[in-house]
Design a protein around this ligand. Structure first.
Ligand SMILES: *Cc1c(COP(=O)(O)O)cnc(C)c1O
Length: 426
């Protein structure tokens, strides 16, 4: 298809994420992607700083991941999961149980992160129902992000989330202030006071606390104290409330640990995984819980867990997830993430001197340049493309989360482009 007619049809027919149908926001046609580079339809190559939103940890078009899909395709691309099972799903479940924090032993596969969160919330409600208690509210953190479906939306930040627009239909949840102590800092009594008060006053109606461990992603790209997370775990134990860890963004090495919960040495009662699970190849998510919760739900009326997606445990997605995890575990990923952290720290440091920059922070393979004012997307997006990189800011945040395979030189170039564009546009 000709580039111009492709763009015309796109503008005419297609929504993009958080977009309007008025053709004002520019989109860039991609022809192919390989390693850490996106090749645009006009032949230009961009170094990709986004890993397609945390997903493509091994880069694009990886021969081993391609082979895993090819091979699975010869057997079957999909069969229903009701009454049937298959090796890719069983292998993946076993692997996830082995790798994730202890006691998480029952696995529910779904299609996307938001649905994994819906499933987690449903599990928590069904658990308490099975125990004869009606607990249907959730305690979440300000600045949190958990997805775009209704249940997930209800636990997103109440201000930056979409609560006002959908206030009539969203369940009303409880919110504690965003964690104040930063990553590596201790959590003092005053930092957890309001959270503790909410627990003390509402525990009887709270099905679960839901948090993104250590890194609050789309709600502000904030890194917070592992000590805070540890205290959240203790308070959940103390008040007998379940803890849901949403590791959809942080899972599979991004923060420098395989799972961000490991920074606090805690295990949640329910864990959500997605994004990098398939190495960015296909959409797949998982919700894991403990045997105790799984069995409590199963051994009390209605005796079944009430969820069953059509494409549950899609074999192609499970096969590529298995290959992606194997690839990750066989690679020196900790070293690579550490090197990327150093490269981001060095490469983004000049931003600290720019007048429009409020803060620069790095954790693992995540680099954030927080600006004093929101960017003008229509100006800054083409500027990044012109500079030869793919970076997609939101609000005041210009951030990078490169594939773990990114070479030092590409990373330096990527960071230099960010410094240059931020300097010119703030
Ligand atoms: C992206 C994300 C989700 C939603 O996942 P989708 O696959 O986009 O539905 C949920 N929670 C967190 C922490 C995320 O980063």
């Amino acid at each position: 298809m000709e580039n111009t007619s492709l763009l015309e049809s796109d503008a005419c027919f297609l929504w993009h994420p958080y977009s309007a149908m008025n053709g004002r926001a520019r989109v860039f046609p991609v022809a192919s992607a390989r390693g850490v580079r996106l090749k645009l339809a006009n032949g230009e190559e961009l170094i990709d700083g986004m890993s397609s939103w945390w997903c493509a940890i091994h880069g694009y078009n990886h021969p081993l991941l391609n082979a895993a899909i090819d091979s699975q395709l010869q057997d079957m691309s999909h069969v229903m999961f009701g009454g049937l099972t298959h090796a890719p799903a069983v292998t993946l479940a076993e692997q996830l149980v082995k790798l994730t924090p202890e006691h998480l032993e029952n696995v529910f596969f779904s299609d996307s992160g938001s649905v994994a969160v819906e499933v987690a919330m449903k599990m928590a409600i069904q658990y308490w129902h099975a125990k004869g208690q009606s607990r249907q509210r959730f305690l979440s953190l300000c600045n949190g992000y958990h997805g775009d479906t209704f249940g997930a939306m209800s636990v997103c930040d109440p201000v930056t989330g979409m609560h006002r627009l959908f206030s009539g239909i969203l369940p009303s949840q409880l919110f504690a202030p965003a964690p104040q102590p930063g990553f590596g800092e201790p959590c003092r009594e005053e930092h957890i006071r309001e959270f503790r008060n909410l627990m003390a006053n509402h525990a009887h109606e709270i099905a679960a606390v839901i948090v993104e461990p250590v890194v609050q992603g789309a709600g502000g790209m904030r890194f917070y104290s592992a000590d805070y997370l540890q205290q959240v775990r203790s308070l959940c134990d103390e008040y007998e409330v379940l803890l849901i860890a949403d590791e959809i963004a942080t899972g599979f090495g991004r923060t420098g640990k395989l799972f961000a919960c490991e920074w606090a040495d805690i295990s949640p009662d329910i864990l959500c995984l997605g994004k990098a699970l398939t190495g960015g190849y296909l959409t797949l998510a998982a919700t894991l819980t403990t045997k105790a919760i799984g069995h409590t739900i199963s051994n009390n009326p209605p005796g079944i867990f009430m969820h069953g997606p059509t494409f549950m445990a899609n074999p192609l997605a499970c096969a590529v997830a298995n290959a992606s995890i194997e690839l990750l575990l066989e690679s020196p990923w900790q070293q690579r993430v550490e090197q990327i952290a150093q490269g981001l720290e060095q490469g983004l440091a000049p931003c600290r001197k720019l007048p429009g920059v409020a803060e620069v922070r790095v954790l693992g393979a995540i680099g954030v340049v927080e600006l004093k004012q929101a960017v003008d997307m229509n100006a800054i997006q083409p500027a990044f493309v012109e500079a030869g990189v793919w970076v997609r800011p939101f609000g005041k945040l210009v951030y990078l989360m490169p594939a773990f395979i990114m070479e030092e030189e590409d990373l330096a170039q990527l960071c230099a482009a960010v410094v240059k564009v931020v300097a010119a546009h703030t």
